[in-house]
Design a protein around this ligand. Structure first.
Ligand code: AMP
Ligand code: GLY
Length: 415
C-alpha cells in the first residue's frame, strides 16, 4: 500500500515511523516532510496547505491512503477535496475541523451539549470587550477565535494586560480580523486525550501530557511544547471515565447531531480541576509533541487502524506496558528569535524525531526551526524513561540547542 503523510514536523515523523512498521505499507511519501522523515519516506516538495497539488500528487501516484497532520490543512478542507477526488484520507472534514479552527464554535457546541468547560463570553466589538473585563475577576483568559499557531491565548493578570491583548486581537487584527472568547480561568494539571473517532464511535489512544513552559520547573515563556510523556499516573480510573463518558463521547455525538460527523483524531486538551475534568480546548488532529510519545507505544498496525476509521470499522489498538518520555531540543532563544543553520551530529537514533531540520547544500544536517529534535526513550518506570531520554539528548551534538531535563518529573517524584 502507498501512503502519503501531509506535514513536516515531529508529529509527522512519528506517524511515518509508525507506518514504516506496518507490514501492509510498501511506500511512504511525505509532503513536504523533513530531513528525518526523508530516511523513511520519499519527501515531495509540496507545501502542506497546497491542497490542489497534494490532490494531484495523490491521484497521479495512486496513493491508497492520505494521513493529514497539520490543522491548517484540515481547516482549509483538504479531506473534503481528497474525498471528492476519490482518495481515501484520514482526518476530519472542514466542517468538523471547526472544533479547532473556531474557539467560538467549540465553546457554543460545549455549551449546547453540556460538556464541562470554562464559562465564557464572545466579543466582536473592542469597547464591549473592555466593559466586560473592567468588572471581570483576574486572572482572566482571552482567546482569539481562529488558528493562531498556539499564540492566540493570553492569560491576563490585570486590566492593563487584558486591554493590551484585546487591542492586539480586536483593534490591530494581529492574527487577522475576528472575534475573541473571554473565559473563566481554571486551575489544575492539564492532559491530552486523543481518540480515534468515527461518527459516534470513540476509540481512545493513550493519555499524554505536554510541557508548555520553556524551562525546568515550568518556568519561562509558553512554547509549542518542550516535552511529553505517557501514560499518566495522576489520572485515576474515575478521571478517565469522566473524560471519556462526559467529554469525548458526548462531543463526538454532538458533532453527529450537528450533521458534521468527525472522522480522524479528536484531541481533548483537558484539565483536572477541583470541580472535575473540564475542556480547555479541542484540536482536530494528532497533538504535537504528544504523538511522538504515544505512537511508539502502539503495538498494533497503524495503517490498519487508519483504514478501519476511514472505512467505518472498529480499529485494533494495542499498547506495550512501558512509559515513554520525549524531550524537545529547541534553538537557543526559542520561543523568541533564534538563528538557524547550526550543524547537528549524532542524531541518528530511531527514536529521535525531527521537528525542524534540513540538510544543507554541503550535506550537513542543520537546525531549521524553533523546535528542532525530539528524543524519545522508554522505561519500566517514568524515572527510568526520563534518565534514558536525557542520555539520548546528551549524545546529540549541536552548539545552539537547549532542552528541559524534568519532563514527567512531577509525576515520578510523587509516585
Ligand atoms: P488553548 O490554545 O485554548 O489550549 O490555550 C493554551 C493554554 O492556555 C492552555 O494549554 C492552558 O495552559 C492555558 N489556558 C487556556 N484556557 C485556560 C483557562 N480557561 N484557564 C486556565 N488556563 C487556560
Ligand atoms: N501539544 C499541543 C498541541 O498539539 O496543540
Amino acid at each position: 500500500m502507498k501512503v502519503l503523510v501531509v506535514g513536516g514536523g515531529g508529529r509527522e515523523h512519528a506517524i511515518v515511523y509508525a507506518l514504516s512498521k506496518s507490514k501492509k505499507v510498501t511506500e511512504i511519501y511525505a509532503a513536504p516532510g523533513n530531513a528525518g522523515i526523508a530516511k523513511l519516506a520519499v519527501c515531495v516538495n509540496i507545501k502542506d496547505t497546497d491542497i490542489e497539488n497534494i490532490v494531484n500528487f495523490a491521484k497521479d501516484e495512486q496513493i491508497d491512503l492520505v494521513v493529514v497532520g497539520p490543522e491548517a490543512s484540515l481547516a482549509l478542507g483538504i479531506i473534503d477535496e481528497l474525498q471528492k477526488a476519490g482518495i481515501k484520507a484520514f482526518g476530519p472534514s472542514k466542517g468538523a475541523a471547526q472544533i479547532e479552527s473556531s474557539k467560538n464554535f467549540a465553546k457554543d457546541l460545549m455549551s449546547k451539549y453540556n460538556i464541562p468547560t470554562a464559562r465564557y463570553e464572545v466579543f466582536e466589538d473592542y469597547n464591549d470587550a473592555i466593559s466586560y473585563v473592567e468588572v471581570a475577576p483576574f486572572p482572566t483568559v482571552i482567546k482569539y477565535d481562529g488558528l493562531a499557531a498556539g499564540k492566540g491565548v493570553v492569560i491576563a493578570n490585570n486590566f492593563e494586560e487584558a486591554k493590551a491583548a484585546l487591542k492586539d486581537m480586536l483593534l490591530d487584527d494581529k492574527f487577522g480580523h475576528g472575534k475573541v472568547v473571554i473565559e473563566e480561568y481554571l486551575e489544575g494539571p492539564e492532559f491530552s486525550f486523543m481518540c480515534f473517532v468515527d461518527g459516534t464511535n470513540v476509540y481512545p489512544l493513550q493519555l499524554a501530557q505536554d510541557h508548555k513552559r520553556a524551562y525546568d520547573n515550568d518556568m519561562g515563556p509558553n512554547t509549542g511544547g518542550m516535552g511529553a510523556y505517557t501514560p499518566l499516573p495522576f489520572i485515576t480510573e474515575d478521571d478517565y471515565n469522566q473524560a471519556l463518558n462526559e467529554i469525548m463521547i458526548p462531543t463526538a455525538k454532538a458533532l453527529v447531531n450537528e450533521e458534521i460527523p468527525f472522522k480522524g483524531v479528536l484531541y481533548g486538551g483537558l484539565m483536572k480541576t477541583k470541580k472535575g475534568i473540564k475542556v480547555i480546548e479541542f484540536n482536530c488532529r494528532f497533538g504535537d509533541p504528544e504523538t511522538e510519545v504515544v505512537l511508539p507505544k502502539l503495538t498494533s498496525d497503524i495503517y490498519d487502524a487508519f483504514m478501519a476509521i476511514v472505512d467505518g470499522k472498529e480499529p485494533v489498538l494495542t499498547w506495550d506496558d512501558k512509559y515513554y518520555i520525549g524531550v524537545v531540543l529547541a534553538s537557543k532563544g526559542y520561543p523568541g528569535d533564534y538563528k538557524k543553520g547550526f550543524i547537528i551530529e549524532n542524531a541518528d537514533d530511531d527514536h529521535i524525531f525531527h521537528m525542524g531540520t534540513k540538510v544543507d547544500e554541503k550535506g550537513n544536517l542543520v537546525t531549521n526551526g524553533g523546535r528542532v529534535l525530539f528524543a524519545v526513550a522508554n522505561g519500566n518506570t517514568l524515572e527510568e524513561a526520563n534518565k534514558k531520554a536525557n542520555q539520548l539528548v546528551d549524545g546529540i551534538k549541536c552548539e545552539n540547542l537547549f532542552h528541559r531535563t524534568d519532563i514527567g518529573a512531577k509525576a515520578y517524584k510523587k509516585f
